[in-house]
Design a protein around this ligand. Structure first.
Ligand code: AMP
Ligand code: ZN
Length: 509
């Protein structure tokens, strides 16, 4: 394959750039994941899908990928986006709501919504990440990072918490444009509840709150971490101090990502992520999605069977609808469009059936499909390489499906083979032809997916520990061992390599 160029709009430089991974041919990236206080909605999935499309496109041009996406299960407050460290923890609020009554406690609620997230993820044919760290599994590292920021003079402690001092980082504002010299933007975070805060824009790294439902002991007493430090610590734990790309929804740009950059770069003195990608919000029938507007949809209610009160929509039709607009433009989700998407999915299925029947029949004949389909795949791939131009890529995919269907029932073996290969390739790129079941034993999807995720997380940490030891960075190797210890994983260094097992803790977590 000739060398392909992947171009992407970088929110940090505000320009479209050629993506050049720091390690040639290996894209390493972090995508902000959900806060598991409720079912993820289709807007959340628009953002998660963008990250997975980056992954698929990178893999389509032969790149290696390391893709990390997190689960936020503590510290994300209701007012976090408008006023720092304000409002109630979303998890706590959910537990105290009517819907929260069915949960035994906050951990039970977190586990439930993490599991439902994972099954929605699979229903929409999203690829599994290489690691899916949970904020609550990484609190020891977050505490360590906060302590280091204090040591380095980038943070200070008050009676209510520990804050990052934005004036200690002159580059604060480089992502969002909310620069320190612009007094207008101070209003964004001007609701200051803590009178000891030195600057309205300083943000919480640690909240002191012994009465909170999820608390950890820290050098500053009992409390819990700030939402921003969770993501930058987890990203660096799995990808190192610097990596290629960081993604999220448009609302994450400020304050979340701006704050992540400040913390991370002050900690390491190195650039954090080089490319930043932000997905515009999904609207529903032309309006902002909101429970009060009655246009708030979760994946499960749309794809759930009608007999169980769902809308019975084909998950791939929903996926197609959610990726039908380029991620940088607002997307309007409508039921009419969903119907059109369902027709397209049916076309892909019929095309696949034709191809498989043709292969089985093994009749000989001229291959009239190879060349046009090849051209259409190139068109789809080139579109994706052009800042994820999904409308153009999908148009090429639909044209190909129609071309196969026009061949009629009597497809001979060689064009059938070309059609099948083409459909498989289109599916690898866009995930709209058929479900890629990663785990065959999906009868109990929630527990299997969670188990799989846990094992991959442990394996990745063991790999990083081995790397640290090879580089004689014993401090880092020990920190990773401590983290595994916190996850109740026991490791044994043997002449054949490092083995691991779960510790018997005597209680069911
Ligand atoms: P949250 O669960 O609130 O932490 O959000 C998870 C991800 O979904 C974040 O990256 C958000 O930016 C993104 N997000 C939230 N609402 C929407 C929406 N309506 N459209 C697209 N992305 C969204
Ligand atoms: Zn995040």
């Amino acid at each position: 394959m000739p060398e392909k160029i992947f171009r992407m709009y970088n929110s940090l430089t505000r320009s479209t750039e050629t993506v050049e991974p720091a390690q040639a041919g290996h894209l390493r990236f972090y995508a902000c994941g959900p806060t598991v206080y409720s079912y993820a909605h289709i807007g959340n999935f628009r953002s998660f899908l963008t990250a997975v499309l980056v992954l698929r496109t990178a893999q389509a041009i032969g790149w290696k990928t390391t893709y990390v996406t997190n689960i936020t299960d503590v510290g994300h407050l209701t007012e976090d986006d408008i006023a720092d460290a304000e409002g109630e923890d979303r998890m706590t609020k959910a537990l105290r709501s009517k819907e929260g009554e069915r949960f035994a406690n906050i951990w039970d609620l977190a586990r439930y919504y993490t599991n439902t997230l994972l099954s929605d993820w699979q229903a929409l044919n999203l690829r599994e990440p290489d690691a899916r760290p949970r904020a609550t599994d990484h609190v020891a590292q977050q505490i360590r990072d906060v302590a280091r920021l204090l040591e380095k003079g980038h943070a200070y402690e008050t009676a209510q918490g520990v804050y990052f001092s934005v004036t200690s980082f002159p580059e604060y504002g480089k992502l969002s444009g909310n620069v320190l010299s612009n007094p207008l933007d101070e209003g964004v975070r001007d609701v200051v509840q803590d009178p000891e805060k030195r600057d309205a824009r300083d943000f919480a790294l640690w909240k002191k709150d012994p009465g909170h439902l999820m608390v950890w002991h820290s050098p500053w007493g009992w409390g819990f971490p700030g939402w921003h430090i969770e993501c930058s610590t987890m990203a660096q734990a799995y990808l190192g101090p610097s990596f290629d790309l960081h993604t999220g929804g448009e609302d994450n740009k400020f304050p979340h990502h701006e704050c992540e950059i400040a913390q991370a770069e002050c900690l390491t003195g190195k650039p954090f992520a080089r490319y930043w990608l932000h997905t515009r919000f999904l609207q529903v029938e032309g309006e902002k999605m909101a429970k009060s507007a009655g246009n708030f949809f979760t994946v499960r209610e749309l794809v759930g069977s009608e007999s169980k009160g769902g809308h019975g929509i084909h998950p791939l039709a929903l996926r197609l609808a959610l990726i039908s607009g380029q991620y940088r433009k607002p997307l309007n989700f409508t039921f009419d469009q969903l119907q059109a998407c369902a027709k397209h999915i049916q076309r892909f299925e019929e095309a696949m059936d034709l191809a498989e029947q043709g292969i089985a029949r093994s009749a000989s004949g001229k291959n009239h499909l190879a060349e046009p389909l090849e051209g259409l795949y190139d068109r789809a791939l080139d579109a994706m390489l052009d800042d994820l131009n999904t409308p153009e890529a999908i148009a090429a995919a639909i044209e190909g499906a129609k071309l196969i269907l026009r061949s009629g029932q009597e497809l001979s073996e060689s064009p059938a083979q070309s059609a099948k290969t083409w459909l498989d390739n289109i599916n690898s790129l866009l995930g709209i032809v058929r479900q890629e079941t990663l785990h065959e034993a999906m009868q109990s999807p929630e527990s299997n997916a969670a188990e799989h995720m846990f094992s991959r997380q442990v394996e990745e940490l063991l790999r990083q520990r081995a790397e640290a030891r090879a580089q004689r960075d014993f401090q880092r190797a020990d920190a990773i061992r401590d983290q595994l210890d916190e996850m109740n994983v026991e490791i044994m260094d043997t002449p054949e390599g490092t083995r691991w097992r779960r510790k018997i803790t005597g209680h069911v977590s």
